[in-house]
Ligand binder design. Structure first.
Ligand code: B1M
Length: 210
């Protein structure tokens, strides 16, 4: 079994203590950080499918998420690097009612790597909290909303509505997460959408440079 396959298997099995060591071993063998990350993202897909089919339950999903987060911690310095440019501040969070944060954390990491100062509000963030953070922090150019549940899509819409009606001139809003599409982003009035963390960094730069 290749080292990346071992990492994937241990993420799926929720072995949070073993994953960081295996990720390091995979790096030491010469695997690229991006490939290891891709492998762990695939594992979360497998975990989601097993949850859907009743093979796994919430505690197992939680352990898989913890394992992936520990693996990402090892990759973080390699994925982010140093950016000399400052693109301003980005306020990021997962919308109200939603506790999923792995994708949001990856997006935050990529935004930092391209030169944003990131203010991470965490999960289950109300529309009002997004707006207050956009007002209270210096030089906010972007608000980034993540959402993984179809049931919290109305909260994403409410967040974008409130941001747009709060007189925050010059602040762009980007949305994303598995149930979000370009079409939905346009419908709810967001300025941008991205399907993954790398795409979010590219789109975010484009939005604040426009
Ligand atoms: Co939950 N969960 N979960 N879960 N969970 C999903 C999302 C689900 C698809 C599983 C399934 O049924 N197959 C399903 C949602 C169904 C739906 O609404 N369509 C689901 C469900 C139902 C639930 C609960 C309701 C289960 C329950 O209690 N009965 C519950 C809800 C809790 C809540 O939020 N209120 C729940 C709970 C949990 C855990 C807490 C156990 C755990 C999360 C722990 C954590 O995040 N710290 C969990 C997990 C781990 C998952 C799965 C298995 C994995 C999610 C993940 O981290 N993926 C997930 C199944 C799946 O995704 N296939 C599932 C890896 C991550 C890198 O991908 O977050 O998609 P993702 O991020 C991507 C892109 O979406 C994008 O970039 C990232 C990749 O580069 N992206 C953005 C994300 N945000 C972006 C923002 C952007 C741009 C791009 O711009 C701002």
């Amino acid at each position: 079994m290749s080292k990346i396959a071992e990492v994937k298997a241990m993420v799926e099995a929720g072995k949070a203590k073993l994953v960081p060591g295996l990720v390091q071993e995979a790096l030491d063998e010469g695997n690229a950080a991006g490939d290891i990350l891709e492998g762990m993202i695939e594992s979360m897909g497998v975990v989601g499918d097993k949850f859907s089919s009743g093979e796994l339950f919430v505690p197992e999903m939680l352990m898989a998420a913890k394992s992936m987060s520990k693996g990402v911690d090892v990759l973080r310095p390699l994925l982010t690097g140093e950016s000399a440019r400052s693109l301003g501040t980005c306020v990021i969070g997962t919308v109200a009612g939603d506790l999923h944060d792995i994708g949001k954390n990856l997006v935050a990491m990529m935004l930092e790597s391209v030169g944003f100062t990131v203010v991470d509000l965490g999960v289950d963030v109300s529309a009002e909290k997004f707006v207050n953070a956009a007002k209270e922090n210096d030089n906010v150019k972007l608000v980034a909303c993540s959402g993984l549940l179809t049931t919290t899509m109305p909260a994403m819409k409410e967040t974008v509505n409130l941001l747009k009606s709060s007189g925050l001139s010059g602040i762009k809003v980007i949305v994303g997460g598995a149930p979000v599409s370009q079409e939905m982003a346009e419908t709810i009035g967001a300025d941008g959408f991205a399907a993954d963390a790398g795409g979010a960094a590219v789109k975010a730069k484009e939005l604040v440079s426009a």
